[in-house]
Every structure is written in structure tokens, then in C-alpha cells.
Design a protein around this ligand. Structure first.
Ligand code: PEP
Ligand code: MN
Length: 338
């Protein structure tokens, strides 16, 4: 961190700032120029907030040199991280397709999705048992019964379950069924849940919130990693903008930006980003081309009857067609669809 003093800062104000730096356990390095005096703070000062200094008399600007997140950053960990789950190594060279219904509704529905995922050569299946719906009157998910349905179908077809948890109280229960915890967009900044997941050693699919910046997403990943769980997979799922033609705006730019800032894998959720199945194939192909490490995609045997997100769910023929297109493109990009 660098403090820049006002031109009219008094010697007493400068000395007070230096004492404050020392009181926080850091070393100040003062440099007096002809016009400006600045002070560098050495050491890993990510634990100090700018607000410690910017209100002190005599301070003009406080500049942060290090990223506010560390464990999630490329600065700290230059090589890309692979998250191994269900026989898939999510990371460079692999494009993981995690398909399944938005919500677990019936045994038959989940069984048919699992059978299709297996037939497509996939290893991971999504499905929600706890649903974070915008309206309290909408279907809220089957809870534990849904987890049982999911895991039974996954077992029959050799798949690993990816499922959302909405509360730290669900960690133990869902942990018995899930291979990967999904932390949804609405909970990206739920620090109690982030900390609880950080204490587990289970992989977590952390979704960007609809109004979260990339830096905030990486700070949420930092919460989980700080607890000791480094198996974090990020997911871009569309952000809110002024555009109304799609449910959200797919921030495809987040993929290369996150790849540069962080070593963690990044997936794209084309279903929630677009909100309409007509656009889901294009967004999936864009994700692959942009260098994402995979997609999280909603499918349903009869989307018109789905209890949630039917409009954005691909029916099975459309999903098979998309898989064919992804498989045709993947070798040109040097990645394998898993
Ligand atoms: C979901 O994956 O079904 C979901 C609720 O996603 P999001 O948290 O991105 O809205
Ligand atoms: Mn959904």
C-alpha cells in the first residue's frame, strides 16, 4: 500500500501516519519529493483496509498495490489449479459439462437425465433439491427427498452430484449426497455459508452473483480458501444489466479476465445467463471458445412441464445436438469434453 500525503501535510501529520503503520505491525518507507511526500508500506498488507488511512489528516490518496485477495490470485499461485472430482480433472485441457435439471421433481425425471448424461459420456450431474426462488410461492425443492432421488440416480449411472446448498445448516445433510456443493448467485456474499463450506474439503462450484463484480467473486472464493478448502470452481452465470431480451447478460469477458487474475477453474452457466433455451447452445459454444473450463447446463425431459426454469432448459434432443457441436469444436481448441 502507498500513502500519498497532501502537499500541505504537516510534519506532525506525517509522523502520526508513520506511527499508525507501525502500530499495525508494518514498516513504513517514507520518501520526500520536491512537491509530494509518499510512504510505502512493505509486507503483505492485504489485511489492512484503505479506510485505516484515508481519513487521517494530511492524507491525499491511498493506493493498493496488492490484490485484496491472495489465495485465489495468480500472483500467489501462478499455475492453474485443477479440481479433481468424479474422475474429472476440471482445469486446462478439459471442458466439463455438468448437465441436469434445475430442480429435482420426480424419480423418473432425474433417472432420464442421468441416463442421458451417462450416454453422453459425462461424469457430473446437476440438480437442485434446495431452490433459492425469487418468490416464496414458487416451488422450493424437495429437500432431503430430492437429494436421495439425485444420489440414487447418480449411483445407477456412475455420476457425481452437484447440488446447491443455501444455508450452513445444510452442509452436513447435503454433504452426505453431494460430490460438489453449489453455492448459488444469491448466496455469493453469504459469509456464514462461505465459511462453513471453507471448513469442508468438498469441491465447491461458486456462482457469481447477478450484481457481483469479478473482484467480489474472487473475494468470496478467498473466504472458502482461507478456511482451508482450495477446491473452488468459479462460475459465470450472467449479470444484471439494462438489457431485457435475455434473463441476464452473459459476461463472457469474465472468462479471460478471471483466467488472468486467478488460477481457479471457471465455468459458464449458459442457462441462467440467457434464460431462454433458444440461446443456450450459442452461449455454450461461446464458453468453450472463450476458454472456460466447462458449463453448467439445465436439461429437462419436457421443459414445458418443469417446476422451475423450464424456459431455459434444453430438451434432450437439443442437448444431444449441442453435445455433438461441442465435441466437434473441442479438438480444435485442444480440450476434451468430459
Ligand atoms: C441454479 O443453478 O438452478 C440456480 C438457482 O442458479 P443461480 O444461483 O445462478 O441463480
Ligand atoms: Mn435453475
Amino acid at each position: 500500500m502507498i500513502l500519498i500525503f497532501r502537499q500541505d501535510a504537516t510534519e506532525e501529520q506525517i509522523q502520526a501516519a508513520l506511527r499508525k503503520i507501525e502500530s499495525l505491525g508494518y514498516t513504513p518507507h517514507l520518501s520526500r519529493g520536491a512537491l509530494k511526500t509518499i510512504c510505502g508500506i512493505t509486507g503483505d498488507d492485504r489485511a489492512i483496509a484503505e479506510s485505516e488511512f484515508d481519513q487521517l489528516p494530511g492524507i491525499e490518496t491511498v493506493l493498493r498495490v496488492l490484490k485484496p485477495y491472495k489465495l485465489a490470485s495468480r500472483e500467489f499461485h501462478p499455475d492453474p489449479t485443477r479440481v479433481e472430482v468424479g474422475g474429472v480433472s476440471i482445469g486446462p485441457g478439459c471442458f466439463a459439462v455438468i448437465a441436469g435439471p434445475c430442480s429435482v421433481e420426480t424419480e423418473e425425471q432425474v433417472e432420464s437425465s442421468a441416463a442421458l448424461a451417462e450416454r453422453m459420456g459425462l461424469s457430473l450431474m446437476r440438480g437442485g433439491a434446495f431452490k433459492p426462488r425469487s418468490s416464496p410461492y414458487s416451488f422450493q425443492g424437495l429437500g432431503e427427498q430430492g437429494l436421495e432421488i439425485l444420489s440414487a440416480a447418480a449411483r445407477r449411472h456412475g455420476l457425481t452430484v452437484v447440488t446447491e446448498i443455501m444455508s450452513e445448516h445444510d452442509v452436513d445433510l447435503a454433504g452426505r449426497y453431494a460430490g460438489v456443493f453449489q453455492l448459488g448467485a444469491r448466496n455469493m456474499q453469504n459469509s456464514a455459508l462461505l465459511k462453513a463450506i471453507g471448513e469442508t474439503r468438498k469441491p465447491v462450484l461458486l456462482k457469481r452473483s447477478m450484481m457481483g463484480t469479478i473482484e467480489e467473486l474472487l473475494l468470496s472464493a478467498e473466504y472458502i480458501m482461507k478456511g482451508g478448502n482450495s477446491r473452488v470452481i468459479l462460475c459465470e452465470r450472467g449479470i444484471r444489466t439494462f438489457e431485457t431480451q435475455t434473463r441476464n447478460t452473459l459476461d463472457i469477458a469474465a472468462v479471460p479476465v478471471i483466467k488472468r487474475l486467478s488460477h481457479l477453474p471457471i465455468l459458464v452457466d449458459p442457462s441462467h445467463a440467457m434464460g431462454d433455451w433458444h440461446y443456450v447452445a450459442s452461449a455454450s459454444l461461446a464458453a468453450l471458445a472463450a476458454g472456460a473450463d466447462g458449463i453448467l447446463i439445465e436439461i429437462h425431459p419436457d421443459p414445458s412441464m418443469a417446476k422451475s426454469d423450464g424456459k431455459q432448459s434444453l430438451n434432450y434432443p437439443h442437448f444431444e445436438e449441442l453435445m455433438g457441436r461441442l465435441r466437434a469444436l473441442a479438438p480444435h481448441l485442444g480440450v476434451e469434453i468430459r
